[in-house]
Design a protein around this ligand. Structure first.
Ligand SMILES: [Zn+2]
Length: 236
């Protein structure tokens, strides 16, 4: 390494990139502290080090990952309510909506390779690092049994939950937004990604939002006019 001592000491707090920190923050919320083993940190260090984003930068050692998690644990002991519970209550269901407290419990959704639809994650079961260096999580979807468990790419196919909107919040949706839409077809109904193409604002009445949202589904590029109750927005 050519770095001068000065730079090195300034960078000790930021050996990780922003996206690596985001990934660790996610993992920290998802797995219990029992899961943060040396093996786990080694896998993660390998995953980070072999990422194309790291080309030209020093490798990450498992010790660096380990100490990041240890610091994080100390913080979370100091602020126990800051970390999101990973226990999902039995009452939480597959569909979006529900009360604010239920939503807070369900922090993540994952994209199923079966139908390319998004489902709430009930439990993160384990992790593995592929030979490509990519991290996958085995997830149990909320409301589904073991037969629906899937390995899901952590970076691309797991994200923070989409948020259902109250009628008074319809103005939060803008043309061009990525939204999660309830797509009803003859033999199935799932939540899939779509983009808002056009919004026909209407006066709200006693039933709430009457606005019409023209969305184009990302998958098959079909367009549909739907109402707010079938749309969840992405957290900003
Ligand atoms: Zn409206």
């Amino acid at each position: 390494m050519e770095a001068t001592g000065m730079q090195e000491s300034m960078e000790t707090t930021s050996v990780f990139s922003e996206s690596e920190i985001a990934e660790m923050e996610n993992l920290f919320r998802q797995v219990g502290k029992e899961a943060l083993t040396q093996e786990f940190c080694k896998d993660l260090a390998i995953s980070f080090s072999s990422s194309t984003c790291r080309i030209g930068k020093p490798d990450i050692s498992w010790g660096q990952v380990d100490s990041w998690f240890q610091d994080k644990q100390k913080d979370s002991l100091a602020f126990p309510n800051a970390s999101i519970s990973r226990k999902v209550p039995e009452t939480s269901i597959v569909y979006k909506g529900g009360t604010a407290t239920e939503i807070a419990e369900l922090a993540f959704e994952a994209n199923s390779s079966r139908d390319n639809a998004w489902y709430d994650v009930g439990t993160f079961l384990s992790y593995r690092v592929l030979s490509t260096g990519e991290l996958e999580a085995r997830v149990r979807f909320a409301g589904f049994g073991i037969s629906h468990d899937e390995w899901v790419n952590v970076k691309n196919r797991i994200r923070e939950r989409s948020i259902p909107l109250e009628p008074s919040e319809c103005h939060k949706i803008k043309v061009g937004d990525l939204v999660l839409c309830y797509q009803e077809r003859l033999d199935y109904a799932v939540y899939v990604d779509a983009h808002v193409m056009e919004i026909q604002r209407r006066l709200h009445d006693i039933k709430g939002c009457r606005c019409i949202f023209v969305v184009r589904f990302d998958d098959d590029k079909t367009e549909e006019k739907i109402q707010l109750d079938k749309i969840c927005c992405r957290p900003r």
